[in-house]
Design a binder for this molecule. Structure first.
Ligand SMILES: [Zn+2]
Ligand SMILES: [Zn+2]
Length: 129
């Protein structure tokens, strides 16, 4: 096995040898460094919010969000850590979207399904643009 699996690092764009973490060595080191910063700040400030953590450590909200979602910073341990709802940006602590957005999307999906069910089969619905 001499073939190297290489690809561009999604974080910095440099070519690197593919690995389980999907980023190059430099980025890995950087992320681990940022994680350590967050972790040591949270050890002393367990009730910090994401914003406080961000301004205290200089680590970006995006990266903190990834740590939370990866469970490297479990929200169970840190009661005020949140990240933004994918749909409206409201602070949430689990799933990808907040409860109201989840309900809205479910309602929309149901409505679509209903329309779909009422629609007589075999008509030229989709061909009309
Ligand atoms: Zn990189
Ligand atoms: Zn939302």
């Amino acid at each position: 096995m001499t073939a190297l699996m290489v690809e561009n690092c999604p974080r910095c764009g440099r070519v690197y040898q593919k690995n389980v973490r999907n980023m190059c060595q430099d980025c890995m080191r950087q992320v681990d460094d940022e994680f350590q910063k967050c972790y040591s700040f949270l050890r002393l400030n367990r009730k910090a919010t994401t914003e406080e953590l961000c301004s205290a450590t200089g680590v970006g909200i995006k990266q903190i969000t990834l740590f939370i979602k990866d469970n490297r910073l479990p929200v169970i341990d840190y009661p005020n850590l949140t990240y933004a709802c994918n749909s409206c940006g409201a602070p949430i602590r689990r799933h990808q979207i907040c409860v109201p957005c989840g309900m809205r999307i479910t309602a929309e999906v149901n409505e679509l399904k209903e329309k779909e069910a009422k629609k007589p089969k075999g008509t030229g619905y989709y061909s009309r643009r």
